[in-house]
Design a protein around this ligand. Structure first.
Ligand SMILES: [Zn+2]
Length: 280
């Protein structure tokens, strides 16, 4: 840190606080809560807020610089940050905290782990605990603060889970069609079923044949809502909605949003309202 500070342009005051980087938005939100008011550290997100889910993400020059300056990198794990695997960004001395450590993934038919664990509230709690443990090990003098912060955040998540479970217990419909494969952990947690996804590869528009398949699936399953995601173009899902008369609602996988401590809680509560409306 001292060496880095000395290299910096003189017009900016040197900042000797250790930089804790988060790979992307939902991890950053957890780290914000757990490292709140901890002295000697500062927080940043590795990727831009608009980067979404990091599928097919490639490291930018700005991100390389942030990585060079960081002391700790907190990742969501389960392969989501595969863009970090390239040898040129692996630098000695950078501590990596894997928030999904110990989580048993849902695996697709190709044997690939689904990385969207933070969308499950219970698994977001496991991630918060892993992050707290990792920060305590890295920064033992501040361990009591990380632990106390984690307790507060875990309690808020526990309440959110209880509210979500109570509200979704009685919905008469349990089938969902979502935009991409972001919701299997969430669905499993609350006894819902993802019966279809519109785009298997986010960002790649479905072909005419795939759209026709989705329209047939909507009619066959009788779902009463299509769930779009705010990070992606709703074009495909609107085409399906027009063809079937099924309304589009929004379900947010919490991969972008405001940089605020309670953002995960608020976005998930908005999801609950959309789900209730779409499943009743
Ligand atoms: Zn995703």
């Amino acid at each position: 840190m001292l060496a880095l500070s000395a290299c910096r342009a003189e017009k900016t005051a040197p900042d000797d606080r250790a930089l804790i980087l988060s790979s992307f938005y939902p991890i950053h939100l957890a780290v914000r809560n757990i490292a709140r008011d901890v002295p000697g550290v500062r927080l940043a997100n590795l990727t831009q807020p608009g980067s979404g889910c990091l599928h097919d993400h490639a490291l930018t020059p700005d991100e390389m610089v942030r990585l060079e300056r960081s002391r700790v990198l907190v990742i969501s794990g389960l392969g989501l940050e595969s863009f970090l695997d390239s040898a040129r960004v692996r630098r000695p001395g950078l501590r990596i905290i894997d928030a999904s450590s110990g989580i048993q993934p849902i695996v697709d038919t190709h044997g690939v782990a689904n990385p969207h664990v933070w969308v499950s509230i219970r698994l977001a709690m496991v991630q918060a605990q892993n992050i707290a443990n990792g920060l305590c090990q890295w920064d033992p003098p501040n361990a009591p603060r990380y632990r106390a912060n984690a307790q507060v955040y875990l309690e808020a998540l526990r309440l959110l889970h209880a509210d979500m479970a109570a509200a979704l217990r009685s919905v008469p419909r349990r089938d969902l069609i979502t935009f991409h494969e972001a919701f299997p952990y969430f669905a499993r947690e609350f006894g819902l079923r993802v019966v279809g996804v519109i785009e298997r590869e986010p960002g790649s528009e479905p072909s005419a044949g795939e759209l026709a398949d989705s329209i047939a699936l909507v009619r066959r399953t009788g779902v009463r809502a299509l769930f779009a995601e705010p990070q992606y173009s709703p074009r495909a899902i609107e085409t399906i909605a027009r063809a079937t008369g099924v309304p589009v609602r929004t379900l947010d996988p919490v991969v972008s949003g405001p940089d605020e401590d309670d953002a995960y809680l608020r976005l998930m509560r908005a999801n609950l309202i959309a789900l209730k409306a779409g499943l009743e």
